[in-house]
Design a protein. Structure first.
Length: 343
């Protein structure tokens, strides 16, 4: 049986020391990290990007089926994704945890293993944070700091009429992975000898439990000299993100159902659950793919990039946000993505 060290035995400073003592700073901009009252950063000729995510146990994750190491990895990556969505590069994170008594020091070390794995993979420094006791399970708050050249930052409000709409990867897989985990949790309830059946479904599980941020797409675009007119990461669902871009850019959009990229495992799982796979792809969320717009004349340049798909174009504001179905009918897109504030 694994050794269990109560957090109270170490105290706050002892815990922080234990979790962070092996951290080494990699970025030139990170002058001073964990260990003082504040971190010290220095940037030359760059603009700074800052993003924060709050993750609450029971709202954003369920530890019945989410391993702590995976949770650490995902907590970091979703923040990196926000910085890549601005066409920037993540450089530092701060990590704050609210911890209930049911977690041991070893549990938190496992969480930090995942966190540090993500930081090593993406070249990001952990530079500080805070810990506190919690009465409501595990709370995770991560702030990510990134950098970008002033003329390369991409906002949501720059899309223009006739711009092309591209999305990376495929959509709906993370949502179907979540449905699978939730189903197996229900079956498992009360059974000690239960083994979930995940064979042939590894891709959708990985998309839910260990997502990746699309820095490769940002790199490809930079290599081709392409700065998108607008960009977002797909965290709340394609429909929601398209509506955000159109609202902020004061445009409409027209996308095609047949062009929405969907993986085979996602389609098969949707069929098993008797769900419409297009609805899943439009509204699922947590894909962390990049949705971006570029001027028409960049079609050939962007189309040759591996892993990006042309799904439609930007239109006049008065035409609304429309989906053209496979049979040629037009439907208005609705923001039906996940909303944690709904009752």
């Amino acid at each position: 049986m694994m050794e269990r060290t109560e957090i109270g035995k170490l105290g706050e400073f002892g815990l922080i020391k234990r979790l962070t003592e092996k951290i080494e700073l990699k970025n030139e901009s990170s002058l001073k990290g964990v260990g003082d009252d504040a971190a010290v950063l220095e940037y030359k000729d760059k603009q700074i990007l800052v993003t924060t995510d709050l993750l609450l146990e029971g709202i954003h994750f369920d530890l019945t089926y989410v391993p702590l190491k995976h949770l650490g990895y995902k907590s970091a990556v979703v923040n990196f994704s926000d910085v890549y969505a601005m066409n920037g590069q993540p450089k530092q994170i701060t990590v704050s945890l609210g911890i209930s008594k049911r977690f041991s020091v070893e549990d938190l070390e496992t969480f930090y293993e995942g966190l540090q794995l993500a930081c090593t993979e993406y070249g990001v420094d952990i530079i500080g944070g805070d810990t506190s006791s919690s009465l409501t399970g595990l709370t995770i708050s991560i702030t990510c700091i990134g950098e970008a050249d002033k003329d390369k930052i991409v906002y949501r409000n720059g899309a223009k009429e006739t711009d092309l709409i591209f999305v990376s990867g495929d959509l709906g897989a993370a949502f179907m992975g979540l449905q699978l985990l939730e189903r197996e949790k229900q079956v498992f309830a009360g059974e000690k000898e239960f083994t979930p059946d995940f064979s042939g479904k590894e891709y959708i599980l990985e998309r839910q439990l260990k997502p990746e941020a699309r820095r490769d797409i940002v790199r490809f675009l930079a290599e081709e000299g392409v700065v998108p007119t607008a960009m977002m990461d797909v965290s709340d669902g394609l429909s929601s993100e398209l509506i955000h871009i159109c609202n902020q850019s004061k445009t409409g959009c027209h996308i095609y159902e047949e062009r929405i990229p969907i993986d085979y495992q996602t389609a098969m799982m949707a069929e098993q659950f008797n769900m419409n796979v297009t609805t899943v792809a439009l509204n699922g969320g947590e894909d962390y793919e990049l949705l971006f717009t570029v001027p028409l004349h960049m079609h050939d340049k962007v189309s040759k990039l591996k892993g990006v798909h042309l799904i439609g174009h930007i239109t006049k504001e008065g035409l609304g946000c429309m989906l053209e179905t496979r049979d040629g009918a037009e439907m208005q897109l609705k923001a039906q993505g996940w909303n944690s504030l709904e009752e």
